[in-house]
Design a protein around this ligand. Sequence first.
Ligand code: SAH
Ligand code: SF4
Length: 344
Amino acid sequence: MPNKQDIREFSLNQLEDYLEQKDEKRFRANQIQEWLWKKSAYSFEEMSNLSLPLRNMLAEDFVINSLKEDFMQESEDGTIKMRFKLFDDNLVEGVLIPSKTRVTACVSSQAGCSLDCRFCATGFMKLKRNLFAGEIYDQVVLLTKKSIEAYGKPLTNIVFMGMGEPLLNYKNVLTAIDKISSVNGLNISAKRITVSTSGIAKLIKKLGDDGVRFELALSLHSANNLKRSKIMPINDSNPIQNLVEALNYFQEKTGNKITFEYILFDGFNDSEQDARELIELCNKVPAMVNIIEYNTVEGVSYKKSSEKKREAFVNYLEQNGVITKVRLSRGKDIDAACGQLANK
Ligand code: SAH
Ligand code: SF4
């Protein structure tokens, strides 16, 4: 018997047609979808406003491939890493990062990643597969539950900075965000969601054409093509000038905020000259800069910059009118920091 289809991969329309074929009322599709998304049901049995025969029929024809919590770890600084098991036993990770005013959830878009940025543990594990929209959605559901349990409050922000390159799973990421931000889903405003990308120019433009409402972060890490290509091979086919054009297009179409993420590597991209190149770039794109502390990954020869160098770099940017934030690493002791997610 062929594998049953995941019912969450069915659109409202498809579900209505299916019900009609089975001599059921089309409007039941709305009720089913409400169970699947808004109420995040894990089984058809839970769908108490549907008749028992209908529930049985759905269970006969479909599955709900929900994510399961597999493992959890809490850091000294309050950061929580959750590992989730997919229906096919692949694993992905999500992280909760609490601060005084926020709880940010970091979610995965793929199991592994096909791009091989030289500093990233996820890249080392290669791509297993794209996540389905429901699987991305489930991470937010489970992280919200955990956030309430651990910190007594729900999520305030979501970042796609876990495993994978979100734009290489374009359709499912956009569907998931659509559901997450919908009143028929989790009702978390898209304005509080940031998608981070290694930079695929034509897909950044597509985000503009699709009029998305979330914010965009570009993993820049160097404003110099030669250097960027050394640490991010994707830069060979998507050089900085193409990204500049795509980001400006995105900005014109959506008006949404853009951030450059910049990991400081000791002696590689942390000099005054590097800062000058970054400032020049910031004059071409309306973006702010997020300075990120490098998290050690086994087998990587790059080191993080000293505090002194970091301060000098940040000061130089600020003196030149670049809005700069520093993001110090969280959850390092449990490998929950950016770029350390590799199902250890
Ligand atoms: N694939 C997307 C999103 C996931 S990576 C992207 O590359 O943007 C999320 C962020 O973590 C990116 O900015 C990435 O450059 C950064 N990152 C990867 N490895 C890291 C490491 N070892 N230390 C700090 N940040 C890292
Ligand atoms: Fe993939 Fe992002 Fe890691 Fe690069 S930094 S390998 S794009 S997850």
